[in-house]
Design a binder for this molecule. Structure first.
Ligand code: ADP
Length: 634
């Protein structure tokens, strides 16, 4: 028997194939099963017009046989098989795809299920095997042939015996090394899980004998003697793949539970999803998708470890477990999968050749998610609020992090607690409920709703009968500032100097008072030594003595948030101390100033400023001094 040599270039190519095309050795099984499925598909295709074949759709099968002692794994199919010439051409020439030719010659279009196209997948077997033997008998031929190779040095072909049409691929596994346990690939459970992972939707059954163990039958005597049962092994043939992808079934065939069950199984979530969508996009891009909105954020959701992405299938074969490009960051919570025949894969089928198709699919998916969320908001408020509590933060980040680029898409998904009933309202609901004379969308910031409720700054706005949005997450004010407006209504902090309230009379009055007391206000401001940019008389306070607001771009809340970030850059809001001219304390300050008691006035200024800080939920700069001052006055 003569050994035929690989051509020199083929040797290098094969070496490259084995060592550098694939990142995961385990995909060899996916490739060999895909080949078997293709071979069956070809024979099945012929059987449609040729009854001599005598096989119905249910007779086709792919068999896996692992032999731990011999360290071999066999993948057998009863597909079309290969002639001597085909063995030579298909397996002796790298990058020659018989399947690709078959598809072209038989003018099979996208509807065909044939997977092979590059003519390289077969060689991935050498990533795990030191020797590969292919025994094949082609349909219509009475001779069978054996192709054998130990890798780059070449291959032999010889005649052999094989009873039925089809192909057997026998891998003699490599010896285990420190890095890789090749014998793992002979383990039944590992094989089963690999089939589930990559080849679950191959449309012919992938079968394997599984060894299980059960307690041996006991005699009455043994039972009575309370003997511990002995175990025995038994063998059962299992079909490892589920074959029909749920998403390819008709929507009318599927029940709510089918979708939910699929989700909890596939994405390892104990809780049912809040919502799902089954998408069958017939136009460009053509794809099927199952999308799920989970009911809870995974524990690592708001951490760096969380990986977003949808599973990507091409013709039912898993290409990527988490295709990140299919989801924008603000929808990173969505789980699901996409199956498309429109993808052009790269040679290892681990990546895509052109991302344009992928981009189009991603765009279409984003639209679906947005519209599903809006439907949920409209028709199932309770669920939407549950969703919002779990993932609202991500949407708000979405508005802020993209500099408002996505605001049109996302702003109608937003919700904030409102002062009216302490319930969530959307911006649309807020604006619809605005009073005619109301110019702005008012908001107040703080750690919790309860704390914001107590902020003195909210009094005046509330007294005017205007609703206030309570912003309790760090990102909230940034998001609102990025939006700037909603339906032409500007957002306005209750701490802003110009609140747009219609009481110019009062304004005039306070202006006059401020002028009158300019000396006192300056005195107070000086006593605080640059801690505040000014001290003013407040228009917004009703019962409280003081509050702290800011002027300029950076608010107190933003200062708090930005300074809590782990960077060296610190910012400072321009603080304004507001004093309530109607409050008793103001009278005291006035008389202190008149009697020239500057020292005492200074102490009061510090006390009032510290109080204002505390109300704002900020740290006071010198707690000991504050405490001493209080004692002194007491
Ligand atoms: P691809 O599957 O992308 O075509 P492969 O390198 O995996 O590339 O296979 C090369 C060719 O060998 C296939 O196109 C097919 O013609 C042939 N082939 C591989 N495995 C089988 C099989 N089990 N039965 C019949 N033909 C096969």
């Amino acid at each position: 028997m003569e050994t035929r040599e690989f051509k020199a270039e083929s040797k290098r190519l094969l070496d490259m194939m084995i060592h550098s095309i694939y990142t995961h050795k385990e995909i060899f099984l996916r490739e060999l099963i895909s080949n078997a499925s293709d071979a069956i598909d070809k024979l099945y295709f012929k059987s449609l017009t040729d009854d001599k074949i005598g096989l119905g759709k249910d007779d086709f099968v792919i068999w896996l046989t692992a032999d731990k002692d011999a360290k071999t794994l066999k993948i057998a199919d009863n597909g079309i098989g290969m002639t001597e010439e085909e063995l030579e051409n298909n397996l002796g020439t790298i990058a020659n795809s018989g399947s690709f030719k078959f598809k072209n010659e038989n003018k099979l279009d996208e509807d065909s299920q044939i997977i092979g196209q590059f003519g390289v997948g077969f060689y991935s077997a050498f990533m795990v095997a030191k020797k590969v033997t292919v025994i094949s008998k082609a349909y219509g031929s009475d001779k069978a042939y054996k192709w054998e190779s130990e890798g780059v040095d070449g291959y032999t072909i010889s005649e052999t015996d094989k009873e039925s049409t089809g192909t057997e691929i026998i891998l003699e596994m490599l010896d285990d090394t420190d890095d890789e346990n090749y014998s793992d690939f002979l383990d039944q459970y590992r094989l089963k899980s690999l089939v589930k992972k990559y080849s679950d939707y191959i449309r012919f059954p992938v079968k394997m004998e599984m060894t299980h163990s059960r307690p041996k039958e006991m005699t009455e005597e043994e039972k009575n003697a309370n003997k511990t049962p002995e175990y025995e092994d038994y063998i059962e043939v299992e079909t490892l793949n589920s074959m029909i992808p749920l998403w390819k079934k008709n929507k009318t065939e599927l029940k709510d539970e089918d979708y939910k069950h699929f989700y909890t199984e596939k994405f390892y979530d104990y809780s049912e999803p809040l919502r799902y969508a089954h998408v069958k996009n017939e136009g460009m891009p053509e794809y099927n998708a199952l999308l799920y909105i989970p009911s809870k954020a995974p524990f690592d959701y708001y951490s760096k470890e969380y990986e977003k992405g949808l599973q990507l299938y091409s013709n039912g074969v898993l290409i990527m477990d988490k295709c990140a490009d299919l989801l924008p960051d603000y929808f990173s919570f969505v789980k699901g999968l996409v199956d498309s025949e429109d993808l052009s894969l790269n040679i290892s089928r681990e990546m895509l050749q052109h991302d344009r198709q992928l981009k189009n699919i991603a765009k279409s998916i984003e639209k679906t998610i947005t519209s599903e969320l809006k439907k949920m908001l409209k028709n199932d408020r309770e669920k939407y609020e549950e969703f919002w509590k779990a993932f609202g933060l991500q949407i708000k980040y979405g508005i802020y992090c993209t500099y408002g680029m996505n605001k049109d898409k996302l702003q109608d998904l937003l919700m904030f607690t409102s002062s009216k009933e302490k319930k969530f309202v959307t911006l649309d609901e807020y604006v619809t409920g605005m009073r005619e004379e109301q110019k702005f969308i008012y908001y107040a910031t703080g750690d919790t709703v309860e704390r914001i409720e107590q902020l003195p700054q909210t009094e005046l706005v509330k007294d005017n009968g205007f609703e206030i949005l309570y912003l309790t997450d760090n990102v909230d004010e940034f998001a609102v500032k990025t939006l700037m407006k909603y339906k032409d209504k500007e957002f306005k902090s209750v701490s802003a100097d110009d609140l747009g309230l219609e009481n110019s009379e009062k304004q005039e009055e306070i202006k006059a008072k401020e002028e009158e007391n300019a000396g006192l206000l300056k005195e107070l401001s000086d006593a605080l030594g640059g801690k505040v940019s000014k001290v003013v008389l407040s228009q917004r306070l009703k019962s409280h003595p003081v509050c702290l607001t800011s002027e300029g771009e950076i608010s107190l809340e933003m200062e708090k948030v930005l300074n809590s970030m782990p960077t060296d850059q610190k910012v400072k809001a321009n603080r304004v101390l507001e004093i309530n001219p109607e409050h008793e304390i103001f009278g005291k300050l006035k008389s202190m100033n008149e009697s020239g008691d500057k020292e005492k006035l200074g102490k009061y200024a510090k006390l009032l400023y510290s109080q204002a800080l505390l109300i704002e939920g900020m740290n006071i700069e010198n707690p000991v001094e504050f405490s001493n001052l209080i004692c002194e006055l007491m």
